[in-house]
Design a protein around this ligand. Structure first.
Ligand SMILES: [Zn+2]
Length: 57
């Protein structure tokens, strides 16, 4: 099943790895922003993660 999220900064679609979980940091490959996964919602066709900009470095 596909897992993805949308960058809150540039609205790009970011594919996530199956092993990415809530609390993990991911990088937007388009704008380079560091994001933290806050929630993962499951849908019929896959999973969609909520992310927020990660300020902690
Ligand atoms: Zn981005």
């Amino acid at each position: 099943m596909a897992k993805e999220t949308t960058c809150p900064i540039c609205s790009a679609n970011i594919p996530l790895e199956e092993e990415d979980h809530v609390g993990d940091a991911v990088f937007c490959s388009f704008c380079g922003t560091r994001l933290r996964i806050t929630r993962i919602k499951e849908f019929e066709k896959g999973k969609k993660a909520d992310v927020e900009e990660d300020w902690e470095g």
